[in-house]
Design a protein around this ligand. Structure first.
Ligand SMILES: Nc1ncnc2c1ncn2[C@@H]1O[C@H](COP(=O)(O)OP(=O)(O)O)[C@@H](O)[C@H]1O
Ligand SMILES: [Mg+2]
Length: 227
């Protein structure tokens, strides 16, 4: 599903340059759940952003479903990002001036789906937010906002879900509920999941844990109770 080859990302830092990712290669099979762990600053978010096509690498390649992102034109890349990849951020990234239902409807409308708001309401029910459709993000708790963000991420049933520390801004009880939701949706939809996490308990749910340090893959292990 995901094929990353020799991915390098250098960014300017004053007069010098810092190497954020340094020759990262990674394969994620269809339906697999891979956790990415590593200390703060090790390049986890940068890697996930490159996999999502949100950014362009200095060198190396990313292919999703056999399609190399660097070879797609702008329109094709935008379509692939919208329909193939669902992205969940640590800080939710909801649009503050839109209600919960309107936020979830955004990708449906961009994809030209009929009855986007109606479908958005059904998705909100599915993530346990019955009765919250007309609330604005500021009127929702952190856990509720992340549920809205997850409903938005899965609205077009993308085969690939990317989540960057999705529980990083939540207390542990709420975080556990969010993980349960993500894992349930992934199971029901048979989606591939790549999740950045610091949490060893969470990583234990994964089929595989990839460890990053200073922009390099330094190790990989299969979780004891993975799957
Ligand atoms: N836009 C940027 N400009 C300069 N440095 C950046 C930028 N984005 C990330 N970095 C640096 O790259 C390194 C890796 O960042 P990041 O991928 O966010 O790590 P992680 O998610 O593992 O904490 C950090 O040292 C960070 O300061
Ligand atoms: Mg990060």
């Amino acid at each position: 599903m995901v094929r990353v080859r020799e991915l390098t990302m250098r960014l300017p830092s004053g007069r010098a340059e810092i190497t954020v990712l340094d020759g990262v290669s990674l394969d994620v099979g269809r339906g697999e759940f891979v956790a990415v762990s590593g200390p703060s600053g090790s390049g986890k978010s940068t890697l996930l952003g490159l996999v999502a096509g949100l950014d362009q690498p200095t060198s190396g390649s990313v292919a999703i479903g056999g399609r190399e992102l660097g070879r797609l034109d702008e329109d094709a890349l935008a379509r692939l990002r919208r329909e193939t990849v669902g992205y969940v951020f640590q800080s939710f990234h909801l649009i503050p001036t839109l209600t919960a239902a309107e936020n979830v409807a955004v990708p449906l409308e961009l994809a030209g789906r009929d009855d986007a708001l109606g479908r958005a309401g059904a998705l909100l029910d599915e993530v346990g937010l019955e009765g919250r459709a007309h609330h604005y993000p500021v009127q929702l708790s952190g856990g509720e906002q992340q549920r809205v963000a997850i409903a938005r991420a899965v609205a077009l049933a993308p085969p690939l879900l990317l989540a960057d520390e999705p529980t990083g801004n939540l207390d542990s009880t709420t975080g556990a509920q969010i993980i349960e939701l993500l894992l349930r949706l992934r199971r029901e939809r048979g989606a591939t999941l790549v999740m950045v996490t610091h949490d060893p308990a969470l990583a234990a749910h994964a089929d595989r844990v990839v460890m990053l340090h200073d922009g390099r893959v330094i190790g990989e292990r299969r979780a004891a109770n993975g799957g």
